[in-house]
Design a protein. Sequence first.
Length: 245
Amino acid sequence: MTSQTLIGKTAMVTGGARRIGREIALELAAVGADVTLTFRHSKAEAEHTLHLVEELGRHAIAVECDVRSEQSVRAAIAASQKFHGRLDVLVNNAAVFESASLDQISLDQWDAVFETNARGPFLVAREALQHLRVSRGRIINIGSLGGLRAWAGHAHYCASKAAVHMLTQAMAKAFAPEVAVNCVAPGWIDLGDGDAKDAAQRFAAKTPMQRNGTANDVAQAVTFFATTGNFITGQIMAVDGGLGL
């Protein structure tokens, strides 16, 4: 995209140091946004992404944040506000993915997935809301096709993402009219993982568009919600090439 529709605005991307989060941060920067990206363990990757954002001519800060922790989230929001002075777009991207047989999932596994995937977006959105109301901003949650279609080997992940989808719609009603809230639900996204090459080929063959998604496909959808008018809210957009049809 070449039009700089977010000039003068600031976006926060949780889990923005790498993979899909990095692409989202770069795409938002490319259309004019200054960026806060959060990371938990990926400090070196966060610094690299920060450099890439700055190369696009945008101001950026990387903040360590555990989205499961109320205190950590509050500190990250405060650091972002101190650096940028405003917040217009929040992208709740930080998440964990795990494969496990449903009858073998432990309580610790179940809770760990929900703590990041469902509690995290709730905490970050709640703490950011006062700033987003001032700017009449946007929240974009990252869900999953797995939250729309059951995957037997990922029950705890699917359930957590279904929770994100419902949370999106509840937020859309609760935070209106000042803040629009939407969700991007990716299908199979090819991140160049060599260990998943065979699975990637199988999914591409089953996808009507005859290819897997890319991180940029997700980032483009996020940017649409970040830049469109605020009359679109409470929507779950599948970015899956038709895989879920």
